[in-house]
Design a protein. Structure first.
Length: 431
């Protein structure tokens, strides 16, 4: 029997020349099951015998064994099975890896925000949200309310164990929405800096880690709550209906571009994809003395627009999407050139002039990320933007959560947060 070091969760001396190894046994389909094996050691006689410690060193590398995890479970996420999924697929792997867990089941909307605001962060090595993308969004915004916000964001990894209808974070980081794969990846993951998106709207500020969308996608994300029982399929169905109906979502945008067209974005990605970034040791950005949430570097939505932002009037906009993770679902590689901490956001939009047939084909191309080659689609890497909707009824989705349909501005906040990654980059970039 062969057990890969990457699957080993724990090793300890069992006496009589044997070592007991706990490991995540691959079951096919990206699923793993906690198992154990008793290894009989061969004595080499040269003093280099394999010990439980050498196995543990190989199995973990620079990752921390026995992590202390705060587990937050959203009983409302997905089809309402988050707790059962956690107990069945994740808890046995955490236990086998000698991780300790404190488990909280959220009682209401924004409960995770309150928990993150008040939690004693010194007690944990990670916060794991058994949910869709909604709970990580709430946790980030709870951290944002703390006086030690910058330090907590940067040093306490925020992770997702996929249990929702939208599990973009887990798919982007681990490559698949399998809860047991996520548990194993969290156990074996190292802290990795993550760029955040800092948003202002009216007098409020919010942090976003995944996306903002307006137009087709937002409508389908948020206008299909009544179809929650369908699971992820509800998004695809919603998009199809809207595409066929040709709805427009007029708006004005102003953008601070870094790489304006897709060939530049791609070239940039290819230059940076192999250069795994170093871990960041400086805790505080130089421009603030306090650890609380700093003001946005580029001002708020209420400030005059800066001259170096390009203004666009999009009268027949169909879809507007900004993100910082590659996968928006397991079957949508929406932003193929996204990197976790490259200091840029991905912006994608198209207008109804793309045509309905083309638009439908484009949605099919999204699965492999080929949509970005469509000349009617604009794909860029940007630093900041402002969006002013020209309609009063409709949806604005931030990380899959509903926001008021009012003007807002977003800028990148480089390396502000951290998560756990087994690859030190996004899963698609690691291949
Ligand atoms: P999904 O991907 O299925 O939408 P999410 O984890 O993103 O799942 O969560 C959806 C929503 O559930 C979030 O807006 C969150 O605020 C809300 N929520 C969290 N806990 C509860 C609860 N106990 N009751 C109702 N809603 C909740
Ligand atoms: Mg990025």
């Amino acid at each position: 029997m062969l057990i890969a070091f990457k699957d080993i969760l724990w090793a300890e001396d069992a006496g009589a020349g044997k070592i007991e190894v706990a490991y995540a046994k691959p079951r096919g389909g990206h699923k793993f099951k906690a198992s154990t094996a008793l290894l009989k050691l061969r004595r080499s006689g040269d003093g280099n015998d394999v010990t439980a410690k050498t196995i543990m060193d190989h199995a973990y590398g620079s990752a921390r064994p026995g992590k202390r995890i705060l587990v937050l479970i959203n009983p409302h996420g997905g089809q309402g099975k988050a707790e059962a999924i956690y107990r069945r697929h994740a808890a046995p792997i955490f236990a086998a890896a000698r991780c300790t867990t404190d488990i909280v089941i959220t009682k209401r909307r924004n409960h995770a925000t309150e928990i993150a605001r008040d939690v004693d962060v010194a007690k944990y090595d990670a916060v794991v949200c058994c949910s869709g993308d909604g709970l990580p969004h709430e946790v980030l915004n709870g951290f944002a309310k703390r006086p030690d916000c910058q330090k907590v964001l940067k040093t306490l990894p925020l992770c997702q164990l996929p249990c929702g209808s939208g599990n973009a974070m887990a798919v982007s980081l681990f490559g698949h929405p399998s809860p047991s794969l996520a548990a194993l990846s969290i156990v074996k993951g190292c802290p990795m800096p993550l760029d955040l998106m800092y948003m202002t709207q009216g007098a409020t500020t919010s942090l976003s880690f995944l996306s903002q969308s307006y137009g087709i996608v937002a409508d389908c994300d948020l206008g299909t709550e009544n179809l929650r029982w369908m699971g992820g399929i509800r998004f695809d169905l919603g998009v199809l209906v809207k595409t066929v109906s040709g709805t427009t979502y007029p708006c004005e945008i102003a953008v601070k571009y870094v790489h304006r067209d897709v060939s530049q974005a791609k070239a940039y990605y290819e230059r940076h994809v192999d250069g795994h970034s170093e871990e960041d040791s400086s805790l505080v950005d130089p421009f603030t003395d306090s650890l609380a949430l700093p003001p946005p570097r580029l001002g708020t939505v209420n400030d005059p627009l800066s001259d170096d932002w390009q203004k666009l009037h999009l009268e027949s906009l169909s879809m507007f999407y900004v993100g910082n993770m590659p996968y928006m679902s397991a079957t949508a590689l929406m932003f193929p050139y996204a990197l976790p901490n490259d200091g840029t956001l991905e912006l994608l939009h198209w207008e109804t002039s793309i045509g309905r047939v083309n638009s439908l084909n484009t949605l099919l191309d999204v699965e492999k990320g080929n949509h970005v080659n469509n000349p009617k689609i604009s794909y860029s890497k940007i630093e900041a933007y402002r969006l002013t909707p020209k309609i009063t009824k409709g949806y604005l989705s931030v990380d899959g959560e509903s926001f008021p349909l009012e003007p807002y501005q977003v800028e990148i906040w480089p390396r502000a947060a951290c998560t756990l990654s087994p690859f030190y980059t996004y899963a698609n970039a690691a291949k």
